[in-house]
Design a protein around this ligand. Structure first.
Ligand SMILES: Cc1cc2nc3c(=O)[nH]c(=O)nc-3n(C[C@H](O)[C@H](O)[C@H](O)COP(=O)(O)OP(=O)(O)OC[C@H]3O[C@@H](n4cnc5c(N)ncnc54)[C@H](O)[C@@H]3O)c2cc1C
Length: 397
């Protein structure tokens, strides 16, 4: 990207927010020959990319499809995802010689550093002659005929296409703001209430007292909430539950219904326990064959079944077996935006074109990336949405 020396007032396209979606969109529009200005209020670009995937950026998922996204309008993401696929992004990554690997479940990570992806996007912006202002705050946006006037701390700039790519509310210390939602509302678009998603969950006080010191213990579990179901690792923390299975299910949790946790997935726990029904060993010792010992002890104590198998009896054995396959836990809440990976909800898609991301009621206004009510699963899906929606808008803005 080139710093605008004598900054023009008039632009074809202004993109606000230099994250994943904003940089992709700016690069695409610039490479089409549009005069593009990218405005970022933070002092660095792509901070979420930098910290993503433990510093290695899980930049896409080879299996990404509409079924991996939550939205009040589940079909909305279909068109953009189909027109800019994981394969296309991988080709771009390969064209920059960035080495990558599949970790698991189709998740692609950089071998070296997430900074490679940021450098690639900056370079793509430079190829499109994108100019930028950073750090630069936007004070307000008004409409003047068919153009937008963007008032910034460095003066006013004008454009015919305005792209809002300011992301969600997660990790506020890295520049997240509700700016995009406010602009949507200003122009008469509804906003689906945002909430933290892909986020650890807190134990209620009684569960915290029982399980809080199991922090660090991880088990393979299947967790269900309504129709959603994920089998991955479940991690006990000093505040509650985390790990991929919990992060995934958190996006579906409504804050009221208990989660159903299967601690012995793939196993009929009652049948298994019956094999030990005559044993003198205590249930927690039997369970320690399939679960970490301390978890087995705490779980049995909490359920009043830390007893020898031979004295449990068929009734209690059956109840314990059922509860091991369906341990109901009602979290007290999430750990909030500071610990969430994404924000679910956002600009309501009913007034956006699924092909271009343009507001159907405000010609020239576009919303892309996480600010839109499209939320991906854990595993590279959110970046794929950022690339695909940024690409869609970048082809027409
Ligand atoms: C810890 C963590 C790890 C993650 N790991 C992954 C991962 O491995 N894979 C994956 O797919 N997803 C991951 N995500 C999610 C992913 O980072 C986001 O979904 C993605 O970055 C969204 O892209 P975006 O461009 O829409 O928004 P952002 O990347 O959030 O970019 C928005 C930009 O807008 C700027 N901005 C905000 N308000 C204003 C304003 N008023 N004026 C000007 N600029 C503004 C922000 O400073 C920011 O630069 C992770 C998220 C977190 C927090």
């Amino acid at each position: 990207m080139a710093e605008a020396a004598a900054l023009s007032v008039n632009w074809d396209v202004i993109v606000i927010g230099a994250g994943a979606a904003g940089m992709m969109c700016a690069a695409q529009a610039g490479q089409r020959g549009r005069r593009v200005l990218l405005i970022e209020h933070y002092h660095v670009v792509g901070e979420k990319i930098r910290i993503s995937g433990g510093g290695r950026c899980n930049f896409t998922n080879v299996n990404a499809g509409p079924a991996n996204f939550l939205s009040q309008n589940p079909d909305f993401c279909r068109s953009a995802l189909a027109r800019y696929t994981p394969t296309q992004f991988v080709r771009l990554v390969e064209s920059y010689g960035i080495a990558y690997h599949e970790k698991k479940l189709g998740q692609l990570f950089c071998d070296d550093s997430a900074l490679d992806i940021i450098a690639m996007l900056k370079s793509e912006c430079a190829r499109g002659g994108v100019q930028w202002r950073m750090p630069c705050a936007v004070d307000g946006i008004t409409r003047e005929g068919d153009r937008f006037v963007v008032a910034t701390t460095h003066g006013s700039v004008r454009c015919s296409s305005l792209v809002i790519a300011t992301g969600g509310l997660t990790v506020p210390k890295l520049g997240a703001t509700p700016f995009g939602y406010r602009i949507a509302e200003q122009f008469g678009l509804a906003v689906v209430p945002p909430k933290p998603a892909l986020v650890p969950l807190a134990f209620a006080p009684d569960a915290l007292a029982r399980y809080g010191d199991l922090s660090g213990i991880s088990v393979d579990a299947e967790i269900a909430c309504g129709e959603a179901r994920f089998r991955e690792n479940l991690l006990f923390t000093h505040r509650g539950l985390s790990g991929p299975a919990i992060l995934q299910i958190s996006s579906y949790w409504n804050g009221r219904a208990p989660l159903a946790i299967n601690l012995l997935p793939g196993l009929d726990a009652t049948m298994w326990l019956r094999e030990h029904a005559l044993s003198a060993a205590r249930l927690d010792n039997v369970l320690a064959e399939g679960l970490p010992k301390r978890l087995a002890q705490r779980w049995c104590a909490a359920h009043g079944v830390a007893l020898p198998m031979s004295v449990l009896g068929e009734g209690r054995l059956r109840t314990a077996g059922a509860q091991l396959n369906r341990w109901e836990v009602l979290p007290s809440g999430t750990l909030g935006y500071n610990k969430a990976e994404v924000t679910s909800g956002g600009v309501d898609t009913r007034r956006l074109s699924s092909k271009t991301m343009a507001a159907t009621t405000v010609p020239g206004l576009y919303f892309i990336g996480e600010v839109v009510d499209v939320t991906g699963w854990l595993g590279g899906y959110n970046f794929q949405w950022a690339w695909a929606s940024g690409h869609a808008a970048g082809q027409v803005a």
